[in-house]
Design a protein around this ligand. Structure first.
Ligand code: AMP
Length: 212
């Protein structure tokens, strides 16, 4: 299955992406993780992306589209993939369609803004592998340590109140219109993402027509 996961920042795309990856045995491709890795490595793309990310703005379409196109050519994507955080603008969605990559479903995780602000302040991620955690709702086995790779858990630089507000505005203005684009193509499904993790996981499975 070739799947796009969308939703506001902190909706649970990373967490649901991981769960679906295991279940469907396909990789999640997170543009946010790719960009943060590029920043850590201080590559050319990392240097361009850093300022945008820290201001809560979107990285320019041409930069992100070329990264994703290249990534989708890799052999592991042939059996399917989950895109987390791409597309985020109508121009990116159109570029994806025009690239000839077939998308089977676009799942939008629905969470209200008030819940997002609370959630992002307790979010953590692995500094090594990018795995998502939440110190209230999705704790690691050992505090501060990634279950998978034993990397240190950190708070993202863009999970601070002022940047969160910008990211939510950007979501509503630039990303939400994509829902109408995919609805017209008959690909959009939605799932409520505000409840407990297990409930969201079963909402997602139902929306995708998987066994709950
Ligand atoms: P995420 O981890 O998905 O929340 O992404 C973190 C940040 O990376 C976003 O706030 C953007 O600045 C940047 N980013 C990630 N994906 C994209 C994209 N598809 N287009 C533009 N910027 C992106």
């Amino acid at each position: 299955m070739n799947l796009v996961l969308m939703g506001p920042p902190g909706a649970g795309k990373g967490t649901q992406g991981e769960i679906l990856s295991k279940r469907l045995d396909i990789n999640t491709i997170s543009t946010g993780v790719m960009l943060r890795t590029a920043i850590k490595e201080q590559s050319e793309i990392g240097k361009i992306a850093e300022k945008y990310i820290n201001d809560g703005k979107l990285v320019p379409d041409d930069v992100i589209v070329s990264i994703v196109k290249e990534r989708l050519q890799k052999p592991d994507c042939a059996k399917g993939f989950i895109l987390d955080g791409f597309p985020r603008t109508t121009a990116q969605a159109e570029a994806l369609t025009e690239s000839g990559v077939k998308i089977d479903k676009v799942l939008s995780l629905e969470v209200a803004d008030e819940a997002i602000i609370e959630r992002l302040s307790s979010r953590r991620e692995c500094s090594k592998c990018g795995a998502p955690y939440n110190i209230i709702s999705n704790k690691p086995e050992t505090e501060g340590i990634c279950d998978k790779c034993k990397g240190e858990l950190i708070q993202r630089a863009d999970d601070v109140p002022e940047t969160i507000k910008n990211r939510l505005n950007v979501y509503h203005e630039q990303t939400e219109p994509i829902k109408a684009y995919y609805e017209k193509l008959g690909l959009l499904v939605t799932a409520k993402g505000e409840d407990k993790l297990e409930d969201t996981t079963s909402n997602v499975a139902k929306a995708l027509g998987l066994e709950v």
